[in-house]
Design a protein around this ligand. Structure first.
Ligand code: SF4
Ligand code: SF4
Length: 250
């Protein structure tokens, strides 16, 4: 790895972490992640070599107001955190372009196909490859620091960067999200995530209580990272089913 790649990594990480607390930063090579790119950005994105994953912690007290369904304060923090992340990604793009390289921001929460819940790129695959967290039983990224109580954004770039190592840990014997899920959509073994059950419940929530948005929050609220995570690989979960990505509905 070149000195330039290490220096660039440090500069970008320092830049991102300087804006606020509760932010995680990681980098992965895009090799092997090409199939996660939507056709709209594919040609340009294939010229990039690296993906930068940024996670931002959600406000904990707001998550604590969730019982067995989403509420209006969760809807608000969900939307605002996505905006915060999109702004952070754009500032990072400015920084990278100012250093003479190209960068493509991937929106935090733009759904291209509601039935498949597809977005421009899989933030979760990049985050796992970049060592931000592991693939949890809730089908979300679980960070050691904040559990799944984060939102994600990604920036692709051709700037030479040091890459991070994926985490060697998993959910262990925790099953908190499985018991909390109001749709019964999660399980220990494949197919561990029942997209249809989850999505039907999200639609039900959207129509009730002034939510009007396909969100839930329950399997995020209960996943608290280091308080609940356990060392060791989660061998039951392959992560291969993530055609049913959850960019917006959780
Ligand atoms: S709640 Fe427990 S089992 Fe579910 S994703 Fe989080 S750590 Fe894994
Ligand atoms: S987002 Fe889906 S999987 Fe998670 S708790 Fe809600 S219904 Fe269950």
């Amino acid at each position: 790895m070149s000195e330039e790649a290490i220096t660039n990594y440090r500069r970008l990480k320092q830049f991102v972490l300087s804006f606020t607390d509760g932010v995680l930063f990681g980098v992965a090579s895009l090799d092997g992640l090409e199939e996660k790119l939507d056709t709209e950005i594919r040609d340009v994105a294939l010229k990039m070599k690296y993906g930068i994953s940024i996670a931002k912690r959600l406000p904990v007290a707001a998550l604590e107001t969730i019982t067995d369904r989403p509420n209006r304060i969760y809807k608000h923090i969900y939307r605002q955190t996505n905006i915060q992340l999109d702004n952070l990604a754009l500032l990072l793009v400015d920084k990278i372009q100012g250093m003479g390289y190209s960068a493509l921001p991937i929106p935090a929460s733009v759904v291209l196909d509601w039935r498949k819940q597809n977005s421009h790129f899989s933030h979760r695959h990049l985050a796992v490859a970049a060592g931000i967290g592991w693939w949890g039983r809730n089908n979300l990224v679980v960070t050691p620091q904040y559990g799944s109580q984060v939102r994600l954004v990604s920036v692709l770039t051709d700037m030479p960067l040091k890459v991070d190592t994926p985490l060697d840990r998993g959910c262990g014997d925790c099953t908190d999200c499985i018991s909390a899920c109001p749709a019964g959509a999660l399980s220990l073994t494949p197919p561990f995530y029942d997209f249809q059950k989850c999505y039907s419940k999200l639609r039900e929530f959207a129509k009730k209580g002034g939510i009007g948005y396909d969100i839930c929050g329950v399997c995020i609220k209960v996943c608290k990272g280091k308080e609940r995570s356990h060392e060791g690989k989660l061998t039951e979960v392959s992560g291969e089913d993530c055609e049913h990505s959850k960019p917006i509905g959780f």
